[in-house]
Design a protein around this ligand. Structure first.
Ligand SMILES: NC(=O)c1ccc[n+]([C@@H]2O[C@H](COP(=O)([O-])OP(=O)(O)OC[C@H]3O[C@@H](n4cnc5c(N)ncnc54)[C@H](O)[C@@H]3O)[C@@H](O)[C@H]2O)c1
Ligand SMILES: *[C@@H]1O[C@H](CO)[C@@H](O)[C@H](O)[C@H]1NC(C)=O
Length: 328
């Protein structure tokens, strides 16, 4: 099949129907930043053949070129094309992934990055204009919930098309712990970390299930055990950063999963950072993800104390957002 014709056909068919195309979609993807996270994201996207074209952009041109050269040695596995690009390439991109920005130093909270990364995000979004009206903007840089809201305000795109990787990574970390305790596959467990991808996150224990059976029935954890698991989950990035300076593989795999769900219009329910009407901020709750981005929020019946935790997570995010009211 000629790949150029496929570009248009498959692109239209993934939008028009819910059935996944039988061949890799010939979509175009732009990955802003060739640092640790950006390059790992590119690597997982090309290994999984999520897209046909990957473009990497970084203000550090030499690093970006070297990353592209290195990554191009892996493309023989999948025939995905990868190249270095410029912000003008964004006009052709189906998905724009923003991983640009400062990362936490050991001991930093994610919220401490907001000042620096707001400036980076703002300058990128200005240079991206005019942005394709059906592009999906995926925010990975931290603090991801705050930056997702800022990107919604600054990009002019419909809110559903601007989302953050949120607590999908945290939920996967949690699921791994639970699955290893139960000796079942991760995919048999449905458990969500909700709220901020950061310190105010919480686990929605009451809604967690193992193939439909309440998790706490199959795995009766005491409150202390639950707290310990939640803390290990929350502190995992910190523990890794303390030793290797950054995290990249997990977030890269998660980003590939998100792009897959968008491009193939999977309608998968994933905990992602998206706009919450109740609080006018972005935080993670399960959402249905498809070609148009966030299709809808998926209702989660939290108990009273879980709802209170979620609310306080929203309030702590809103406090930070309020400081930027004049710049948005
Ligand atoms: N959401 C998550 O789950 C998650 C997980 C890990 C890391 N992160 C975040 O991802 C971000 C990147 O982390 P990293 O480890 O790759 O950092 P890194 O320092 O390796 O890469 C950052 C890169 O951004 C580039 N950059 C800075 N300003 C830019 C601009 N205006 N345009 C283009 N490029 C620009 C720099 O040149 C640098 O190469 C951080 O904010 C980190 O906190 C998020
Ligand atoms: C709600 O769920 C939490 C665990 O997330 C639990 O600790 C708490 O006891 C539950 N509250 C009620 C009222 O059931």
């Amino acid at each position: 099949m000629p790949s150029l014709a496929l570009l248009v056909d498959l692109f239209i068919s993934t939008r028009a129907t819910h059935s996944p195309p039988s061949t890799p979609p010939y979509c175009y993807l732009e990955n802003l930043r060739a640092g640790s996270v950006g390059s790992a994201v590119a690597y997982s996207l090309l290994l999984r053949q999520v897209v046909a074209d990957i473009v990497l952009i970084d203000i550090n041109h030499d690093l970006c070129r070297a990353q592209v050269q290195d990554l191009s040695d892996a493309t023989f596995l999948s025939n995905v094309r990868i190249r270095q690009g410029t912000l003008e390439d964004a006009q052709k991109a189906d998905i724009i992934i923003i991983t640009a920005g400062a990362k936490q130093k050991p001991g930093d909270t994610r919220l401490a990055l907001v000042d620096r990364n707001f400036k980076v995000l703002k300058s990128i979004l200005q240079s991206l204009q005019p942005i394709r009206s059906d592009a999906i903007l995926l925010i990975v840089a931290n603090p991801v919930d705050i930056l997702t809201l800022f990107a919604q305000r600054l990009s002019g795109l419909p809110k559903g098309q601007v989302l953050g990787s949120g607590t999908l990574l945290d939920s996967i970390r949690l699921t791994r712990i639970l699955a290893s305790k139960l000796k079942v596959a991760d995919t048999s467990i449905h458990a969500f970390v909700i709220g901020e991808h950061g310190d105010s996150q919480s686990v929605a224990w009451s809604t967690a299930t193992v193939h439909g059976t309440p998790l706490l029935k199959v795995l009766p954890l005491t409150e202390a055990e639950r707290d310990e698991i939640a803390t290990t989950t929350k502190k995992k990035a910190e523990a890794i950063i303390k030793v290797k300076g950054f995290t990249s593989y997990g977030v890269a795999a998660v980003t590939a999963r998100i792009c897959e769900a968008i491009i193939f219009d999977h309608r998968q329910v994933l905990p992602l950072s998206h706009w919450q009407k109740e609080w006018d901020c972005c935080l993670s709750l399960p959402a249905v993800l498809g070609r148009d981005g966030i299709i809808s929020s998926f209702p989660l019946s939290l108990n009273e104390s879980e709802q209170a935790f979620l609310s306080s997570s929203a309030q702590s995010l809103k406090k930070v957002i309020a400081e930027y009211a004049e710049e948005l």
